[in-house]
Design a protein around this ligand. Structure first.
Ligand code: ATP
Ligand code: MG
Length: 259
């Protein structure tokens, strides 16, 4: 058994998938985007999901984040089984217990950075915890930009606003779908460094889809998806091990296609 970090309770499960199946379309057009995924995502961990285009990464994330409903199986967030919730309760869960970071930032163009960060709390009618807001803003280094609109910020700065927005409501889990997909390497490193710190310093749980082995090397665990199933995983990954696994999975896919 691996040793837990000192002073931390043994980490529990933040979210899990139980035999998740997601089928899109019917008949000839049927696509099994998820074909029986079972996995526990641990609290206080940074997990990456990798795999070829179309392997089901976004679908898995959307089912776990209550943005999509599985065809069968169970998605559990923070001990709550999503399938048992009414629409209203799903909306509340998404708003209060889940944070999102998207590839395309998804900021409101007419709002300042500060207003964007506070938007989820405003929508939920909650008062911001000013101390926490300050901590998050300083961690992403956005203090001098708080009054700026998205159009007045670089892509990296916009994504840091999006990260702060995801964290400000202190969600049980943050889902990030290719958060560095539109960023140059310097901005990517800033965003990834922040997500890493949010795990190490704030105990946040983060799950990130990425195609980039360097991005995945910031995480504690990489899950590899292929054709809607988890085919492999790596703990304490580094870039070279990730590249080796990706190559092995590609070989296996080529052999499978040829047989
Ligand atoms: N709304 C939809 N309707 C029909 N098919 C869909 C829908 N969403 C996804 N799919 C299909 O499900 C499969 C998995 O899609 P998904 O978006 O989860 O892949 P992904 O691993 O995130 O890919 P990428 O790396 O390109 O983002 C794909 O074959 C895709 O075409
Ligand atoms: Mg995707």
């Amino acid at each position: 058994m691996t040793e837990q970090p000192t002073g931390e309770a043994a980490p529990g499960v933040a979210a899990s998938a139980r035999d998740l199946i997601k089928v899109y379309g019917k008949g000839e057009a049927e696509v099994r985007a998820l074909d029986g995924v079972t996995v526990d995502l641990m609290k206080g961990e940074f997990t990456a999901i990798m795999g070829p285009s179309g392997s089901g990464k976004s679908t898995l994330m959307h089912c776990l984040a209550a943005l999509d409903t599985p065809t069968s199986g169970e998605a559990v967030v923070d001990g709550t089984s999503l399938g048992r919730l009414k629409d209203k309760d799903l909306t509340t869960l998404r708003r209060e217990r889940v944070g999102f970071v998207f590839q395309s930032f998804n900021l409101v163009p007419t709002l300042s950075a500060e207003e964007n960060i506070l938007l989820p709390l405003s929508l939920a009618g909650r008062k911001p915890d000013r101390e926490w807001f300050d901590q998050v803003v300083d961690a992403v280094g956005l203090r001098p930009r708080l009054g700026h609109r998205p159009s007045e910020m670089s892509g990296g700065q916009q994504q840091r606003v999006a990260c702060a927005r995801a964290l400000v409501s202190q969600p049980s889990i943050v889902f990030a779908d290719e958060p560095t997909g539109n960023l140059d390497s310097t901005s990517s490193a800033e965003v990834l460094g922040f997500l890493r710190r949010s795990v190490d310093e704030f105990g946040q749980t983060v799950v990130m889809v990425t195609h980039d082995p360097v991005a995945a090397s910031y995480t504690d665990r990489v899950l590899f998806l292929a054709d809607g199933v988890i085919v492999d995983e790596l703990r304490t990954p580094d870039r070279d091990h990730i590249l080796a696994k990706m190559a092995a999975l590609q070989d296996a896919a080529i052999k499978k296609a040829a047989s």
